[in-house]
Structures are given as C-alpha cells and as structure tokens.
Design a binder for this molecule. Structure first.
Ligand code: HEC
Ligand code: HEC
Length: 163
C-alpha cells in the first residue's frame, strides 16, 4: 500500500471518529454546525429565543420552532435533542457566565473535561468525588446556589455525555 493511500485511510478513520464523538456530544454538534452563524448556544438561546407555555419560540419563527428546525441545519434525528437543549438554555439565567467563566470557559467544556457519570451520579473524573460534595466546598456557594449549579451541570452533562 502506498504511503498516500495509507494517509487517506487514516484521515477517513479520524473523520469517522470525530463524527462519532460529535453525534454523542450535543454541544460539539452545536459548535461544529451552528456556532459559525449563531455563536454560543446558551447566549443564542437567551438572546433570540423565549419560552411560552413550555414551548420554545424564536424571534422570527414564533410558531412551531421544531418544524422550522427540521428544515434548517440539524441532522433530522437530532432536532428533538437540540430543541430540548435550547429550551433548557432559554429557561436558565446566565449565572454560569456571571459567576464561573472567569475560571471556566464554558459549562460544556468544564463538564467534558472534568466530570463523568458513575451509574447515575455525576462525579469528578479525577477523584471520583460526587459533584454535589465538590460544589459544597467550591467558591463558598450558598446551598441554593449549589442546588442551581449542580442542576445546571447535570443537565449539561446529559447533553455532553449522551448515552
Ligand atoms: C449558515 C448559517 C447558519 C447555520 C450554520 C445555522 N443557522 Fe440557524 N439560522 C440562520 C439564519 C440566517 C436564521 C434566521 C433566518 C430565518 O429566520 O429563517 C436562523 C434561524 C435559526 C433559528 C430561529 C431563530 C428565530 O429567531 O426565529 C434557530 C432556532 C436556529 N437557527 C437554530 C440553528 C441550529 C440548531 C443550527 C445548527 C444545527 C443552525 N441554526 C445552523 C443561519 C444559520
Ligand atoms: C476563581 C476561579 C474559579 C471560579 C470563579 C470557579 N472555579 Fe471551579 N474550579 C477552579 C479551579 C482552580 C478548579 C480545579 C481545582 C479544584 O479542585 O478546586 C475548579 C474545578 C471545578 C470543577 C471540577 C471539579 C473536578 O472534580 O474536577 C467544577 C465542576 C467547577 N470548578 C465548577 C465551578 C462552577 C459551577 C463555578 C461557578 C459557580 C466555578 N467553578 C467557579 C476555579 C474556579
């Protein structure tokens, strides 16, 4: 086999691998397919989308945003997952941005790099410590805030580490 053919095969395998991780990780999917036009997903959801009676609405696409999405960019089978993610983001105040991005760039990045599910519990990849325990002693947060950030990171972890 020539070197060139081998290189092409390796490149194709890497491409497949990348597509595989992307399809599991919703935030990667967004970063690869949507961010060029729409920027960060949380910021986009809060700025352009709103929630009415539990339904997500766009500024332009007020009625049936899910149908709009089916005809827009997402691969068809991911529309529901993306819709749910944007709905959650439109419902979440930008507190990660306000209180955490000084040290952690994005919630998705933080979750991807440091956390994993062990059974159904979110724990530190490095130490195995449950997230809630860690947050109890991180940044001197009040119990309410711990509650909020654990819920936020758990939601994001379900989007990043989809099973
Ligand atoms: C090439 C640029 C481009 C890409 C890539 C893109 N979009 Fe869009 N998107 C647009 C434009 C332009 C509009 C507004 C036009 C319209 O209303 O039809 C829009 C509108 C939207 C809206 C409705 C906003 C509103 O106010 O009604 C949503 C939701 C949306 N896009 C989600 C996505 C998602 C999810 C992805 C990735 C899977 C994506 N877009 C990829 C250009 C893009
Ligand atoms: C002033 C800097 C700073 C701010 C602000 C900050 N963190 Fe951290 N964070 C760190 C450092 C440093 C580490 C890694 C060392 C450690 O274990 O404390 C970390 C680690 C983490 C981890 C990973 C834990 C693990 O097991 O690996 C999580 C989750 C986390 N922070 C959440 C948050 C959240 C949520 C906020 C916002 C409320 C926040 N952090 C704000 C500095 C910060």
């Amino acid at each position: 086999m020539s070197k060139k053919v081998l290189l092409i095969i390796v490149a194709m395998m890497l491409g497949l691998l990348a597509a595989g991780t992307e399809s599991r990780d919703l935030h990667r999917l967004w970063d690869n397919r949507c961010a060029d036009c729409h920027g960060h997903s949380g910021g986009f959801a809060r700025e352009f989308l709103s929630v009415s009676n539990g339904n997500l609405q766009g500024r332009h696409h007020v009625v049936d945003l899910r149908r709009f999405l089916r005809n827009h960019y997402p691969p068809n089978n991911e529309v529901d997952a993306i819709y749910e993610m944007l709905l959650a983001q439109a419902n979440t105040p930008p507190r990660f941005k306000e209180q955490c991005i000084k040290c952690h760039e994005t919630a998705a990045g933080l979750v991807r790099d440091t956390l994993q599910f062990r059974d159904d519990e979110l724990v530190s990849r490095e130490t195995g410590q449950p997230l809630r325990e860690f947050m109890d002693h991180h940044r001197k947060l009040k119990p309410n805030d711990v509650e909020f950030f654990v819920a936020l990171l758990t939601r994001v972890a379900k989007e990043v580490h989809r099973r």
